[in-house]
Design a protein around this ligand. Structure first.
Ligand SMILES: [Zn+2]
Ligand SMILES: [Zn+2]
Length: 257
């Protein structure tokens, strides 16, 4: 069994705790260390119980809490080689493991396989977490569904998936043209429609839980993201339970079997 709880997710900050077989890891530390510790406490965990932190990329909404979190202890960090430089500055005492896309690492009871995503960052990664044959996919901050991603995520029992913006809201946001292009471009983020397209590719009856994540507070609403995905799941006649991660409140534990 794997279970996970999204401590926070939006364009303003992201952190998720994942547990399997008594091993606990974080993905990203993009909220304050205080909020991470509070979220872990709500999960009846403490940061001393973490076996490591996996990072997707170096943007502030994914790393900002690391400096304080790693201040007094040698927290094991897992990231791509290019990201390590940025993280080293924030966490000089941390032990670091460099990840290569496609190469699985074992951390306690969890097997973790990173894969490439398409984002304007240094070697950004998505992940598949596995324990006892149960798998959770973790896909955020990617402008497109890259070649290899459907194969990597085929058959997952759970999926954390970015559904960042509603195209109409983004285009009417009054933001500078360059920023709109950056967000909707191939190195940007997934829209609600792109997230739905991905589910059309990899959705299957064994997908137990789907969490929509990294929702933009300016260019999307949880209601829009959920309505788009609900229609897709209904059309595909999938029994998947749909959740929406929130900026300010923790999503309770979700269990995958
Ligand atoms: Zn980013
Ligand atoms: Zn982000």
């Amino acid at each position: 069994m794997i279970r996970f709880s999204v401590l926070a997710s939006s364009s303003r900050g992201n952190a998720t705790v994942i547990s399997g077989g008594g091993t606990h890891v974080l993905v990203d530390t993009g909220i304050s260390a205080l909020r991470i510790r509070k979220g872990l406490a709500e999960c009846e965990l403490s940061d001393a119980q973490l076996s490591g932190v996996f990072f997707t990329h170096e943007h502030q909404d994914h790393v900002s809490g690391l400096g304080v979190l790693a201040k007094k202890r040698s927290l094991p960090l897992y990231c791509s080689r290019y990201l390590a430089k940025d993280l080293r500055g924030m966490a000089p005492n941390a032990t670091m493991t460099y990840l290569e896309p496609g190469q699985t690492v074992q951390v306690g009871a969890l097997k973790v396989t990173p894969f490439c995503v398409s984002h304007d960052a240094a070697d950004p990664l998505g992940y598949v977490f596995e324990c006892d044959g149960v798998r959770l996919g973790y896909v955020t901050d990617t402008g497109i569904i890259m070649r290899g991603m459907p194969e990597m995520l085929a058959g997952v029992q759970g999926l954390y998936l970015e559904s960042n913006y509603d195209l109409e809201m983004l285009e009417n946001s009054g933001r500078p043209y360059e920023l709109i292009n950056r967000i909707s471009g191939r190195w940007g983020h997934l829209s609600n429609n792109q997230a739905c397209e991905f589910i059309r590719i990899i959705g299957h009856a064994g997908l137990q839980h789907l969490v929509l994540a990294h929702i933009s507070p300016e260019c999307n609403t949880p209601a829009k993201a959920q309505a788009c995905m609900r229609a897709t799941l209904d059309e595909l006649q999938l029994p998947t339970q749909l959740h929406c991660a929130a900026m300010a409140t923790r999503l309770p534990w979700i269990e995958l079997h």
